[in-house]
Design a binder for this molecule. Structure first.
Ligand code: PAP
Length: 311
């Protein structure tokens, strides 16, 4: 049987704007490291009915959603000062399917039902689709996701003394669908359509709406994943506490998120602070020209046409 690496070497390939080659696997562009992990997870991962799977394309609010869901499910285990989020990046509290769980489903803390993935809906391991586990998906205005993604990889390349490409180059490839786990619109549409078919299984969220009324969405998420707030908790402000604990201002100012590193000792080590840039809606206006914005918006309109979704 061909190895995963051999299979990947036969896939359509492009040069990505952040360095390595990127490969088209099951309709989405991705790096070898993550495709190999996803292939392993597709083969090995067995989901439990109690699992809660955080799904997202890149730079749509994953770090925040992981923090919020982790705080929701652990609120009766830890008190206000002992929550692991105070000393750990949320990516280190919620295992990533295609990296941490690629080899085995049992490599998990049995008390933590959360896991995450950037995989598109069509590539999720069968057991996640078939089991009664819950999926929470977050998406974001593609203009802000692109700007966020560009800054992330530009900083990543700079940390390796490599010259980042011009924003125009990244923009062009993003429009063509060639971005990490892109085409972005296909990623969003896969989960959107599945959420319409199975609203009891998939909660579909938008970053902008969550920023607008985070309290409302924390309650919604908690209800959906089976950890609803009791009347007493609502009365004593437990929701607001979680919202504040997971705010951009609070998390980005924690020592661990200012100076810590994620996946130290692996080929994909990242400084924690790179997951916290501005956390704002509409920052694209500071980087994209009006022409670029019009072009991205028209792709979005065309791609989402008839779906009932707007971004
Ligand atoms: P990932 O795909 O690498 O996990 P992800 O967390 O999805 O990244 O996206 C990072 C974005 O979320 C950043 O957006 P920006 O570049 O436009 O600023 C980051 O700042 C933002 N972010 C991180 N934490 C929070 C938070 N607590 N609240 C709101 N936004 C946040």
């Amino acid at each position: 049987m061909a190895s995963f690496k051999e299979i990947i070497s036969t896939l359509p390939r492009r040069k990505s704007w952040y360095g390595d080659d990127t490969f088209l696997y099951q309709g989405f562009w991705c790096d070898t490291f993550f495709i190999e992990g996803l292939m392993r997870a597709q083969q090995n991962f067995r989901s439990q009915p109690s699992d809660i799977v955080i799904c997202s394309a890149m730079k749509t609010g994953t770090t925040w959603l992981k923090s919020l869901t982790f705080a929701i499910v652990t609120r009766s285990t830890f008190d206000d000062s002992t929550n692991p989020l105070f000393n750990n990046l949320s990516h280190d509290c919620v295992p990533l399917l295609e990296v941490d769980l690629a080899q085995s489903s049992t490599n998990r803390d049995p008390k933590n039902p959360l896991l995450a993935t950037h995989a598109p809906y069509c590539s999720l391991p069968r057991s996640i689709i078939d089991s009664s586990c819950k999926i929470v998906y977050i998406c974001r205005d593609p203009k802000d996701s692109l700007v966020s993604l560009y800054h992330f990889f530009a900083r990543y390349l700079a940390s390796k003394d490599m010259k980042p490409p011009a924003l125009e180059e990244a923009f062009e490839l993003f429009c063509q669908g060639v971005s990490s786990y892109g085409p972005y619109w296909d990623h969003v549409l896969g989960f959107w359509k599945a959420s319409l078919d199975r609203p009891d299984k998939i909660l579909f969220l938008k970053y902008e709406e969550m920023i607008e009324d985070t309290v409302l969405y924390v309650k919604k998420i908690a209800d959906f994943i089976g950890y609803p707030f009791s009347f007493e908790e609502l009365e004593k402000g437990s929701v607001e506490k979680i919202v504040n604990m997971c705010s951009f201002e609070n998390l980005s100012n924690l020592e661990v998120n200012k100076s810590g590193k994620h996946r130290e000792g692996t080929p994909v080590v990242i400084e924690n602070k790179m997951y916290f840039r501005k956390g704002k809606v509409g920052d694209w206006e500071n980087y994209l020209t009006p022409e670029m914005a019009v072009r991205l918006d028209s792709i979005t309109l065309q791609k989402l046409n008839g779906s009932g979704l707007t971004l």
